[in-house]
Design a protein around this ligand. Structure first.
Ligand code: UDP
Ligand code: MG
Length: 311
C-alpha cells in the first residue's frame, strides 16, 4: 500500500535537505508501506526547483509538480491532492515545524479506520504573543458563527485517506480555505498530539497582513454570518432611529423647535455613515468572492509534473 507525503514549497531551499533526511528517518520503521514524496514547487524564487530536480533524478520515490507561479499554499495543496498517488496522503510543511516523528502514529490511526488523522499542537512554538491571541480570537469568531467545528491549534498537517482526497479534488473554489474544507468534507476524524517547533531555516512567509487576509478568507468562505450581522445592525439602528424620530417630532410639536442640536445631528450622521460603510464593506467582501468564483478559473497551472510512477 502506498502513502504519499505531500509538501508544498515556497522558497525552501534551506529546508529541503533536512526535511528529506527527517522524513527518511521517520518512515524507516514503516517499511511495510511504499512511500511517495510529492513536492509542489509553488513558484519559488530560490533554488528550490533545482534541488527538487536533483532529488527526482536520484530517487525513484520522489515526484514533483512545478507550478507556473506562486499560487499560495492553499492552491499548491490542491495541486498535490490532484497528483497524489497514495492510498493515503500526509500533508506537511517544509520547515519541519510539523514533526515527521508522529507519522507513525498517524498511520496507526489510519489503519484503525480513521479517514482524517489531524495533528493537534499542544503549544504553538515561538510565535509572537499577538499572533497567538489573534489566531485564537479568529477561531472563536469562526466557531461562534457556524455550526461546523473548525478546530483551534490544528493546522494542515494531517493524514487523509483516499476518500477524503477524492472529496477535496471536487472542491475547486478559487478562494480556498483548506482547513475549512477539511471540516466541510466530514469523514471519520481523530487527533494526534504534538509540540510545534519553530521554523528551522528561512522565514515564515506569512506576515501579519497575509494572515489577516487568510482570516477574512476563512470567515467569508466559510460563513455568511457577517451578512446577518449587517442585517441585525440595520434593524437595531432603524429601531433606534424611529424612536428618536418620534421623540424629535413630538418635542417639536409640543415645545416648538428652537433650532439647535448640531452635535446630535453630527453624531447621528457620522454614526450612520460608519454603519453604512461597514455594511457596504461586508457586502463587498462577498461580492468580491462571487466575482472570483464566477470567473471559474483553474486554481493553479502547472509547468511540469515529474513522476516515476507508471500509472
Ligand atoms: N508555502 C507555499 N506557498 C506560499 C507560502 C507558503 O507553498 O505561498 C508553503 C511553505 O513552503 C511551507 C508551508 O507552505 O511548506 C507553510 O509555510 P510557512 O512555514 O511560511 O507558514 P507558517 O508555518 O508560518 O504558517
Ligand atoms: Mg512554518
Amino acid at each position: 500500500m502506498k502513502i504519499t507525503i505531500l509538501v508544498p514549497l515556497y522558497n525552501e531551499e534551506k529546508n529541503i535537505g533536512m526535511l528529506v533526511e527527517a522524513l527518511d528517518a521517520a518512515i524507516k520503521p514503516l517499511s511495510d508501506y511504499q512511500w511517495e514524496y510529492l513536492f509542489i514547487n509553488d513558484g519559488s524564487r530560490d533554488n528550490t526547483l533545482a534541488l527538487l530536480e536533483q532529488l527526482y533524478a536520484n530517487r525513484s520515490d520522489v515526484s514533483y509538480v512545478d507550478l507556473s507561479r506562486n499560487f499560495g499554499k492553499e492552491n499548491a495543496m490542491l495541486a498535490g491532492f490532484d497528483h497524489a498517488q497514495g492510498e493515503a496522503v500526509i500533508v506537511m510543511d517544509a520547515d519541519l515545524q510539523d514533526p515527521p516523528q508522529i507519522i507513525g502514529q498517524m498511520v496507526e490511526k489510519w489503519r484503525e479506520g480513521y479517514d482524517d488523522v489531524y495533528a493537534r499542537r499542544k503549544d504553538r512554538g515561538q510565535e509572537s504573543w499577538l499572533r497567538k491571541k489573534l489566531s485564537l480570537a479568529f477561531y472563536r469568531i469562526l466557531q461562534g458563527s457556524t455550526n461546523i467545528d473548525v478546530l483551534p491549534n490544528v493546522g494542515d498537517f494531517r493524514l487523509l485517506d483516499r476518500k477524503c482526497i477524492q472529496a477535496l479534488r471536487q472542491l475547486r473554489e478559487s478562494g480556498r480555505y483548506t482547513k475549512g474544507l477539511f471540516t466541510f468534507i466530514g469523514f471519520r476524524k481523530t487527533a494526534v498530539e504534538f509540540d510545534r517547533g519553530s521554523r528551522t531555516q528561512g522565514h515564515s512567509s506569512f506576515n501579519f497582513w497575509k494572515l489577516f487576509k487568510l482570516a477574512i478568507e476563512g470567515i467569508t468562505s466559510y460563513t455568511t454570518a457577517p451578512l446577518r450581522l449587517a442585517t441585525i445592525m440595520g434593524v437595531l439602528v432603524s429601531i433606534f432611529a424611529f424612536a428618536y424620530m418620534t421623540y424629535v417630532f413630538l418635542k417639536a410639536l409640543f415645545y416648538g423647535d428652537p433650532v439647535a442640536g448640531y452635535p446630535t445631528m453630527m453624531t447621528v450622521i457620522l454614526f450612520l455613515g460608519g454603519v453604512q460603510l461597514l455594511t457596504i464593506g461586508i457586502i463587498g467582501e462577498y461580492l468580491g468572492r462571487i466575482f472570483n468564483e464566477v470567473k471559474n478559473r483553474p486554481v493553479y497551472f502547472e509547468r511540469e509534473y515529474k513522476t516515476h510512477n507508471k500509472d
